[in-house]
Write a protein that binds this ligand. Sequence first.
Ligand SMILES: [Zn+2]
Length: 219
Amino acid sequence: MTTTKALVCDGCGQEASAEHIARRLQRLEWTTRYRPVHINTLLLGAFSPQEERDFLYAPSGEFRGEAALLLDALGISTAGKTAEAVQAEFQRAGFFLTHVLECPLDTNAGQEAEAAALLTKRLETVATRIRRSLKPKRVVLISQALGPSLEKILTLELGCPMVLDNGKLFEFDSPEPENAVARLRKALAMEIAFTKGFARTSWNGTSGRSLAGHGEQSK
Ligand SMILES: [Zn+2]
């Protein structure tokens, strides 16, 4: 009596072995630990990295590959810090990283067309999760692999703006990810400058009124 019906993983939509599910739950647990209560910037990749050392939330804290590049772009140094300290700093800054497929791509599903189909199939689910659960202030797309789906992604209802660089996404998985690091650093610096400027304006407005008159003084 063999009724082995293939399970489908809820984190990625791929057919899943027990081992796959175990790995999924493990990554989910690591990730949840550092999820900010209020997510400021959601970094959205295509697939969770194959190697654990490239996965930002892994407790080993080797921070290679995608993890290293993201930390570099966001100005979070790892020198002399424990993995936990780095991950907590990432969390405190309001960053959260997730992927359209929250699991690595199965190596035997490695065909490009198949990968693209898996991504497309997950987009609505991911959009709902972003809109209803994660509720970030902005979303940054960090995978070249999302390029073919970009038009569709742009039509999704995410409930917040998407940060792009002249209409292009940030390609941390390209052969030259250094470009993406520099571009994201610049884009975020501009965004932050804008946000701060905006906050200052409205704060002055309020304090000006409480000082009754033209009491605005420059420090
Ligand atoms: Zn999965």
